[in-house]
Design a protein around this ligand. Structure first.
Ligand code: FPP
Ligand code: MG
Length: 324
């Protein structure tokens, strides 16, 4: 099986509902909220999180469509709010080839737009019929905040592989896990199925983020939608960089300092990209992503063999085989 976008097929109607709902976000509030939301949701992204919600909701007997759309919208808004805030922190001008809210309006506007989206996400979560799913949404936001704050405040040094994995589990994988687990809970799936879907979401998220970090170094900037070397520019040590430094600089000394330095010039970024590419760092990181993907696929094998299980397997392949 290869990467494909066919995984949306079984839930395309629900994704259509969700897109219509996202198009209405902020329309009844201050015009800038409506304009910013239209800007953010005008070019739909991969919609992986909602797709995971809708597919996972099919593994239980009571997958009420309206309730699942509420969860999908809530988690997509949490995700979008966190990116709007992250783009302020990073001073990013582009995301997915479109202007960020901070660059199109201002940091102050982006701050409040993020808050608004987050409040809207929580309003949707608050009316979900199961308190444990409301609590799961809240825990996911705590995890995102924990991951982001750790990244901002930590002493600048080259992390270990384990520290890196802990960070991406908080920042990325927790949200994918919440999509799968929350939907399965809402659908009254068996506890074993809920646990499997949660574990699938975590491993999928780890594979996805490691692949993202690889694409930052070796991707095609046009299709990736960000300029390459952004992590390097910000002094953000990712897995391929950690492996490269291990190989080139056993004592993690001088080279580590160059990698984690902020505000590098273009020449230094290109020289460091070359340094990483001269090692097995990228290949090792790709293999690590494939290990998490394969563990996700293994977890799926214990789920009922319905077409949605095949769609989840396709999403897992997409995590590692994509160009953007
Ligand atoms: C992107 O990571 C950032 C995140 C996934 C989480 C950001 C979280 C917050 C700002 C705190 C939570 C805030 C709210 C309102 C819920 P990245 O910088 O590694 O990825 P990128 O390259 O796509 O920017
Ligand atoms: Mg960022």
């Amino acid at each position: 099986m290869t990467a494909s976008i066919g995984f949306r097929g079984p839930v395309s109607d629900q994704l259509g509902d969700l897109e219509r709902r996202l198009a209405r976000v902020g329309q009844d509030a201050h015009p800038v909220f409506g304009e910013a939301a239209a800007h953010l949701f005008g070019t739909p992204g991969k919609l992986l999180r909602p797709t995971l919600v809708f597919l996972s909701g099919r593994f239980g007997p009571n997958g009420d469509e309206r309730v699942l759309v509420d969860l999908a919208e809530s988690l997509e808004l949490v995700h979008t709010a966190s990116l709007v805030h992250d783009d302020i922190i990073d001073g990013a001008a582009l995301r997915r080839n479109i202007a960020t809210v901070n660059s199109k309006w201002s940091d102050d506007v982006a701050l409040i737009v993020g808050d608004y989206l987050f409040a809207k996400a929580y309003a949707l979560a608050a009316v979900l019929p199961k308190p444990e799913v409301i609590a799961l949404v809240a825990r996911t936001v705590f995890a995102l905040c924990d991951g982001e704050l750790a990244e901002i405040t930590e002493e600048k040094r080259m992390p270990t592989e384990r520290e890196y994995l802990e960070r991406i589990e908080l920042k990325t994988a927790s949200l994918y896990a919440a999509c799968c687990q929350g939907a399965a809970l809402l659908a009254d799936a068996d506890p074993e199925v809920v646990a499997r879907l949660g574990a699938f979401g975590t491993d999928f998220g780890l594979a996805f983020q490691i692949t993202d970090d690889v694409l930052d170094l070796v991707g095609d900037a046009e299709s990736f939608g960000k300029h390459l070397g952004q992590d390097l520019e910000q002094g953000m040590p990712t897995l391929p960089i950690i492996y490269a430094v291990d190989e080139l600089d056993g004592d993690r000394g001088e080279l580590s300092r160059r990698f984690i330095a902020r505000d590098k010039g273009v020449g230094e970024i290109l020289s460091l990209i070359d340094a990483v590419r001269s090692t097995n760092g990228v290949g090792r990181a790709q293999r690590r992503a494939v290990e998490f993907r394969d563990r996700a696929l293994e977890t799926l094998r214990g789920l009922p063999a319905i077409p949605e299980r095949e769609a989840l397997a396709e999403i897992a392949y997409f995590a590692t085989d994509r160009a953007r």
